[in-house]
Design a protein around this ligand. Structure first.
Ligand code: ATP
Length: 457
């Protein structure tokens, strides 16, 4: 077993909860996230990621993959298709049960999911926003997105874009078992898109109609379920703890007996507190043998496992950890954003205190002046060398203070300044984003200095 180590970041002050609009605006202005199809008026709950957004997403995904798959001898990865046989969704229960129940306020016309309402609002049919009367009979909507395979009318097969990514793991379980020498206990991990016709999309990336999930399904002997459940629960909590500044905004919430699926003995959500309140970030689920049993029943394939030593034959039990790339992206931006007052009463400094592991740009290379050929050529060669290892940005436009600010706003953890002393003694200034402290380093030590700080461990 491997544990993700706790790492210490430069301490960031306790700052107030950030309004989502601040992050929406920065995301658009600096190229993290754009509304999808904006020139046509946009589509609710669907977003595109810009040049910085895609770098940050890739970092988040790669860190997840590194710690879950590469750093665990007993976990392998897959990448499944987003369209599957329609029977999959009958077996999984989604065709029948993947529904949201919605009530409307007769006065302010807002719509609410019944599972998001406080019990007293539900019982008294009272709108939590305006106090108006809510409709009594909830309308029921299935969240699966339908699509059709085939072109000839009459021969077309109705199926669904996957409503949750993890189903591919159950579908590929037997193939993985036969093709990759894994033995129970082992896990299959995947990152991939999922689609839901959410009836209340909103809050930026929090609830989208197309989004990306990361899942681990860990297959165990029933007698070892407790041990592995606890292992993954702690592991996933530490994983999130590592990435955030405000550790006190992370907690576990245990599901009450009324929320538990019939097969689950327990379930915990990792929750994070933002202006939206405490919200689920990831679920750690006790799935028992529900999924493999259902797929065995519906497909007619026996998915039981035979222990190679004892020859015991049994249906494996599953620990699931299921979270979202987009919700991680949003929570990390909300956790990192700060408008820091300037001690001299000038414009506040907008800074993203992103962990260097996930920051989209790792280093900015800044020659002090752009009209001095020697400064520029030295800076360009340092930049070229660093690009082999990390995302580096070269910038020689505007004064150095303005350039620092530009990088702070996108969370670049280090700025390297090339000045006249560099030409004399081959050293550069490295400025750190959060504390704005500066040190002088020989160019020959720069790559290792940065790699040590921007590479996960
Ligand atoms: P909710 O009750 O909020 O609808 P859920 O319990 O159905 O969520 P899961 O099916 O457990 O969510 O999905 C696992 C993870 O996928 C969630 O923890 C979240 O990070 C992410 N996720 C789920 N739905 C969405 C969505 N519509 N937009 C963005 N991320 C989502």
């Amino acid at each position: 077993m491997t544990q993700v180590e706790h790492t210490e970041q430069a301490s960031v002050k306790d700052t107030p909860l950030v309004p989502i609009e601040k992050v929406v605006s920065l995301s658009k202005r600096r190229g993290f996230v754009y509304p999808n199809s904006e020139i046509y008026g946009g589509v609710a709950g669907i977003y595109d990621f810009g040049p910085l957004g895609v770098e940050m997403r890739n970092n988040i995904r790669r860190y997840w993959w590194w710690s879950m798959v590469q750093n665990h001898d007993n976990v392998v990865g897959i990448e499944g298709a987003t369209i599957t046989h329609p029977r999959v969704w009958e077996a999984s229960g989604h065709v029948e049960n993947f529904v949201d129940r919605l009530v409307d306020c007769k006065k302010c016309k807002r719509r609410f999911r019944t599972d998001h309402l406080e019990p007293e609002n539900l019982e008294q049919h009272k709108c939590p926003v305006c106090g108006g009367e809510l409709t009594t009979e909830p309308r029921v909507f299935n969240l699966l997105m339908e699509t059709y395979l085939g072109v000839v009318e009459g021969d077309r097969m109705k199926t669904y874009l996957r409503g949750e990514a993890c189903q591919n793991i159950y579908l590929d379980y037997d193939n993985v078992l036969k093709s990759s020498r894994v033995q129970i206990p082992f896990g299959i991990a995947q990152i991939g898109k999922a689609y839901r016709n959410e009836v209340t999309p909103g809050n930026f990336l929090f609830r989208q109609r197309e989004f990306e999930q990361w899942d681990l399904q860990f297959f165990v002997h029933p007698g070892e379920m407790d041990k592995w459940y606890e292992y993954w629960k702690e592991f996933r909590f530490n994983w999130y703890t590592n990435l955030i500044n405000h550790k006190d905004r992370l907690r576990f919430r245990e599901h009450g007996s009324d929320e538990l699926a019939h097969y689950a003995r327990k379930a915990y959500d990792v929750e994070y507190r933002t202006v939206l309140g405490w919200q689920e970030w990831e679920g750690i689920h006790w799935r028992q043998d529900w999924d493999l049993s259902r797929h065995s029943e519906y497909s007619g394939q026996d998915l039981r496992y035979t222990d190679p030593l004892t020859k015991e034959r049994y249906m494996p039990w599953i620990v699931e950890t299921s979270g979202g790339v987009d919700r991680t992206f949003l929570n990390l931006l909300l956790d990192a954003y700060e408008e820091e007052p300037d001690p001299n009463g000038k414009e506040p400094r907008t800074v993203l205190h992103l962990h260097p592991w996930v920051a989209p740009v790792k280093v900015a290379i800044l020659p002090l002046q752009k009209n001095k050929e020697e400064l520029v050529s030295t800076a360009r060669s340092i930049h070229k060398n660093l690009q082999r290892y990390m995302v580096s940005q070269y910038d020689d436009v505007a004064n150095i203070g303005r350039r620092y600010r530009r990088q702070d706003e996108i969370g670049t953890p280090f700025c390297v300044t090339i000045d006249f002393q560099t030409l004399d003694d081959q050293t550069v200034t490295v400025r750190e984003r959060d504390g704005m402290t500066q040190i002088r380093l020989p160019i020959s030590e720069l790559t290792m200095y940065l790699l040590d700080r921007v590479t996960w461990k």
